[in-house]
Design a protein around this ligand. Sequence first.
Ligand SMILES: Nc1ncnc2c1ncn2[C@@H]1O[C@H](COP(=O)(O)OP(=O)(O)OP(=O)(O)O)[C@@H](O)[C@H]1O
Ligand SMILES: [Mg+2]
Length: 293
Amino acid sequence: MSLELKHVSHIYQEGSAKESYALRDICLNVNEGEFLGIAGHTGSGKSTLIQHFNGLLKPTSGEVIVDGVNINGKEAKKELKVLRMQVGIVFQYPEYQLFEETVERDIAFGPRNLNLSDIEIQHRVTEAMDMLKLSKKMRKKSPFELSGGQKRKIAIAGVLAMKPKYLILDEPTAGLDPKGREEFLELIADLHQQGLTVVMVSHSMDDIARYAQRMIVLEHGEIRLEGTPQAVFAQSELLDQIGLGVPTLTRLLIELQKQGWDVRTDLFHPTDVSQEILRALSKREQRKGADLC
Ligand SMILES: Nc1ncnc2c1ncn2[C@@H]1O[C@H](COP(=O)(O)OP(=O)(O)OP(=O)(O)O)[C@@H](O)[C@H]1O
Ligand SMILES: [Mg+2]
């Protein structure tokens, strides 16, 4: 089972003087269970792309296949609601969409529209709050009394309460401080561990490098690069041309390599990078010792 874009193009305001191509001939498979990162400069088409996954936007040409069904095709009509539920999209700054009086009512909003029993709705709210490590005390609070990061968790819990198979997040850490950012990314990694397929749009190469198993880079509505973060970030010159660059720690390793250090440049985790530098340092010291003898 997977999400699939087959030759998807999207033109905004087609036929008008303002017509513009936002996506061109995108072919992409998101496999069940994976963590895919989507990078690209501002206006490259990231948000347009993800809105195709649950039918919010329709392709101008091409097909969107969710678990084997073309969601814009005739055969999907009956199943569309079910198919859409499989794909949970968390938009940028989702906290602005909270509107209910209490946290639990806000999280329950989606499930309530599915005509589920009260017991099932309560169960889903509890489960979604647990997944995001939200305390039970918060249930009766007004979402507006909470901090920005907490509000964002409530909004994500609302999406999780629909029990999606695919969780798509558009810039989930935008505007958070470094600690909040880290906490959020760990939560998302946790959800992935628990079996959700995750697609994360991010401007941060560091975040994608550390968490994604595979990534794509969009430029002017086209996929310019695709592969593991190791493979993509090995193309540092191309990424510089696109204006994206590589993760901070990769830049450090590339700089050390340029200065003659024998280091790998395909590591992203601080622990791995520090170990690599220490290894290269001790090798240097050994060589210096041998030269002296
Ligand atoms: N509703 C719209 N009507 C017309 N053009 C649009 C609309 N939404 C986006 N666009 C255009 O489509 C292109 C892609 O926009 P999109 O929002 O998908 O980019 P993005 O990669 O998500 O950018 P950002 O990183 O700033 O969020 C841009 O040129 C943008 O101006
Ligand atoms: Mg966007």
